[in-house]
Design a protein. Structure first.
Length: 329
């Protein structure tokens, strides 16, 4: 017997019949996962910086989407830029589909003037996709009258249950102590992610345009007000994020509205603490689409340790080569 919850999950998880058209997982706290947003962010926080992210999307639907990410990056004076490493895991449909990815980053800094810098970044990643085909349920396996599952399907089984590929990304970032503006491009070669040997499914190019400005009373003030904007396009998928982050002392709060062009998606409420080298934040997405009241929202947690924020690192920031970034980063 199929429960209503299972039917909802089946309707939102890709069934991989012949060709897969996928979009990347998205983080509500995109500014707290900068390397995932744009390779040019590598080394911007001086560092060494370590960040961990966890996202549980639509928990009421039974492990619909669970995503993890960890990253490291830092600025290196000898190469006039930054380096970074990240590991990413995305589980969908309680393990029906999974993506494990490892990525290396490199960025190079161009000093525009004493306040502004331009960074260009590049990334190379190795990804492995997996499907649990034995547990897939197709429409012709469902008995409509009894709402039960049969044991057979007319769908052709895929040639592979794992798929590996190499991928590349690039981006640029212009920033100062108050402002940042950049564009990240992922899947430059649009790799084939089909599980069928006779089919091709190109992973669409992803573009992420982002902007933010930080208002402060003065340079020493610990309080800030920072509007930010993100536009993502991947294939036919388009998404707009507009939000505001504020900080008073060690406390950080924010609100973000996400809209997917054709329909409203969610409102994200963000609460966090930043003290010394440590920053952590929790966000909850209030679903505003047709799934509201059924999805359970989205929970997301980020934890960052940036050794570049130590008091002893302030002298490094005074070097002519280095340009400070906004506190929200």
């Amino acid at each position: 017997m199929i429960h209503k919850k299972q039917l909802i999950i089946l309707s939102i998880i890709l069934t991989f019949c012949e060709i897969t058209k996928a979009q990347d997982a998205e983080f509500s706290q995109f500014l707290n996962n900068p390397l995932y947003l744009n390779a040019a962010f590598a080394g911007v926080g001086i560092g060494p910086r370590f960040i961990a992210n966890y996202k549980n999307e639509w928990p009421a639907l039974g492990h619909a989407y669970t995503t993890y990410s960890i990253s490291y990056d830092q600025d290196i004076e000898k190469i006039n830029g930054g380096i970074g490493l990240s590991a990413f895991s995305d589980q969908q449909g309680n393990g029906l589909y999974s993506n494990l990815q490892f990525t290396g980053f490199y960025s190079y800094q161009f000093k525009i003037n004493k306040n502004y810098a331009l960074k260009t970044g590049f990334s190379t990643s190795y990804s492995q996709l997996k499907i649990d085909y034995a547990n897939f349920i197709f429409t012709d396996m469902i008995d409509v009258n009894s709402v039960s599952i049969t044991n057979s399907t007319s769908e052709n089984a895929p040639a592979f249950q794992t798929k590996s590929y190499i991928d590349f990304g690039a981006g640029f970032l212009i920033y100062s102590k108050k402002i940042f503006f950049g564009l990240g491009a992922m899947h430059l070669t649009q790799p084939n992610v089909s599980f069928y040997s006779d089919k091709k499914s190109a992973l669409p190019l992803k573009l992420a345009l982002h902007f933010g400005y930080e208002f402060k009373k003065n340079k020493r003030s610990k309080s800030f007000f920072a509007p930010n904007f993100l536009l993502v396009q991947q294939g036919k998928f388009r998404q707009i994020n507009a939000g505001i982050m504020t900080g008073v002392g060690s406390l950080i709060t924010g609100v973000n509205y996400r809209y997917t062009i054709k329909n409203a998606d969610a409102v994200s409420l963000i609460f966090g603490v930043k003290k010394g080298v440590f920053k952590t934040a929790y966000s909850y997405d209030i679903t505003t689409s047709g799934l509201r009241g059924k999805s359970g929202g989205t929970h997301e947690i980020s934890i960052a340790v940036n050794l570049g924020d130590k008091k002893s690192a302030e002298k490094e920031r005074g070097l002519k080569r280095l340009t400070e970034c906004p506190d929200i980063l």
